[in-house]
Design a protein around this ligand. Structure first.
Ligand code: NI
Length: 156
């Protein structure tokens, strides 16, 4: 496992839409190494989640650490609650900045695990928020695009 530098905003790579990983490649050394490096980087940086986009990879891979480490490949939100909740977020790619974001309170997400098995995750609360934040990353979206009120604003 290798600690990889986390890209900081502004960086065009943080704004790219990542590509789906073909299912046959999930168990390849390249993708398994990416998962291990992301996990190591998230742990060392004390994140609750990280996306491959944040280390400059164009693969749709995220790692979540809410109730244990969960690598997800090709995550896709398939349903979301009408009800939204406000929560204070931060991001390893936007250091020192926090703000309130409104997100769906509950979502259902489909993804592959690191072995290629299909998972359906019904999430609410913090898990739902982290999944939405990380899924945004692989679509080139940062939480600062959605912030409704900064609690620690960016220094200008
Ligand atoms: Ni982030």
């Amino acid at each position: 496992m290798t600690l990889r530098p986390v890209l900081k905003n502004p960086n065009d790579l943080l704004r790219t839409k990542a590509k789906k990983v073909p299912v046959a490649l999930i168990q390849s050394l390249e993708v398994q190494t990416l998962i291990d490096d992301l996990t190591e980087t998230m742990n060392i940086e004390n994140g609750v989640g990280i996306a491959a986009t944040q280390i400059g990879s164009d693969k749709r891979v995220i790692i979540i650490d809410v109730n244990g480490v969960m690598p997800l490949v090709n995550p896709e939100i398939v349903s979301k609650s009408l009800r939204k909740i406000e929560f204070e977020e931060g991001c390893l790619s936007v250091p020192g900045v926090t703000g309130i974001v409104k997100r769906h309170r509950a979502i259902t997400l489909k993804a592959h695990d690191r072995h290629g098995k299909i998972l359906t995750i019904k999430a609410k609360g913090l898990l739902a928020i982290v999944l939405q934040h990380e899924t945004d990353h692989i679509n080139g979206i940062l939480f600062i695009d959605k912030v409704i009120r900064y609690t620690n604003p960016p220094l200008m």
